[in-house]
Design a protein around this ligand. Structure first.
Ligand SMILES: Cc1ncc(C[n+]2csc(CCOP(=O)(O)OP(=O)(O)O)c2C)c(N)n1
Length: 334
């Protein structure tokens, strides 16, 4: 979108400071993601799964929520979303390096199973789409208690082929629960393209079948996502029920550190995808509307990079879990 339409005051009801903060959070997510991949290639982080290309969708939705009040049940690509909700680079580096202080799980879960009691982030299970049912349960509790909180569950388009997805959306619609189902549609489930997951063009086309609004938005446009998410959040808070929000994303990296997408995607496809990098798009829009001054993006990058360097230095020094605690939280408190 052209930011110049409403500059210099700001756009989408967001002040200039908030727009810059959005850019900073997208960039921090990107750089932290890159660092985890490097640690994986150095043989220090056992596994990495990247959110690069999803930052517009994640930050757009995160900014529509009330931090430490609303809840999220994220999936493994949501590195930028959990940063917006209050987690720190340090938290994710402790997890990547499997250190005892990892707040997600004390280094018991795989990396990218984000969790924070403090920030209302509920860990997902590894089977895809189980988080949908958990979110419906959380939303049911909000309604039962008469609270005006909302919960966002995120999932890939491949995950919407699971039974959990259908059961969850059906129940949420019947009971008009305050939940937003965010589908981060990057077109692939590992190597399986969307055309082999569903016979409709947009996941959101199915919303009418459940009886809820369905919105398909360009996930590369963080402000378009923010607007759509804000509407869905307002509706849910007012008792208007759930929304299926689909954000079209690009998966800039392979599925995970155990995958190589060059084996099943053409060089042309990969090059075309890179032209839709949400971070570059937002930076260009902010610069052309003078919301980011010349050189400001570089300065923000340096600040983010320093934050990540400090976080890594701290995580490097942090102790590994005590082997005697290996069974804690597995069968009960040891
Ligand atoms: C029930 C289940 N089946 C298979 C897997 C293995 N698996 C992990 S991620 C994934 C792909 C999911 O794709 P999608 O939902 O489109 O999300 P994306 O990874 O593209 O963001 C699969 C098949 C799993 N974790 N759980």
């Amino acid at each position: 979108m052209a930011l110049t339409e409403s500059a210099p005051v700001g756009v989408a009801g967001l002040t200039r400071d908030r727009l810059r903060a959005m850019y900073r959070d997208m960039l921090l997510g990107r750089l932290l993601d890159q660092r985890v991949l490097v640690l994986n290639r150095q043989g220090r982080a056992p596994f990495a799964i990247s959110g690069q290309g999803h930052e517009g969708a994640q930050v757009g939705v995160g900014y529509a929520l009330r931090r430490d009040y609303d809840w999220i049940i994220p999936y493994y690509r949501d590195i930028s979303l959990v940063l917006v909700m209050g987690m720190e680079p340090r938290d994710q580096l402790l997890a990547a390096l499997a250190k005892a202080g990892d707040p997600n799980s004390g280094a018991r879960q795989m990396p990218a199973h984000y969790s924070s009691r403090r920030h209302n982030i509920v860990t997902g299970g590894s089977p895809v789409a189980t988080q949908i049912l958990h979110a419906v349960g959380v939303a049911q509790a909000f309604k039962y208690r008469g609270e005006d909180r909302v919960v966002v569950a995120t999932v890939g388009e491949g995950g919407t082929s699971e039974g959990d997805w259908h059961e969850g959306l059906n129940w949420a619609a019947i009971h008009r629960l305050p939940v937003i189902f965010l589908v981060e549609n990057n077109g692939f489930a590992i190597s399986v393209p969307q055309s082999l997951q569903m016979a409709v063009e947009h996941v959101a086309d199915r919303a009418a079948g459940y009886g809820m609004p369905g919105v398909s938005v360009d996930g590369g446009d963080v402000l378009a996502v923010y607007r759509a998410a804000s509407e869905a959040v307002d509706r849910a808070r007012r008792g208007g029920g759930p929304t299926l929000l689909e954000a079209a994303c690009v998966r800039l990296q392979s599925h995970s550190s155990d995958d190589d997408q060059r084996r099943y995607r053409s060089a042309e496809d990969l090059a075309e995808m890179r032209r839709h990098d949400p971070l570059e798009r937002f930076r260009a829009d902010l610069e052309s509307s003078s919301i980011l001054a010349d050189g400001e993006a570089d300065q923000i990058r340096q600040e983010c990079q320093s934050l990540i360097d400090e976080a890594q230095a701290e995580a490097d020094q942090a102790p590994a879990p005590d082997p005697d605690t290996a069974l804690r939280y597995v069968y009960g408190e040891a």
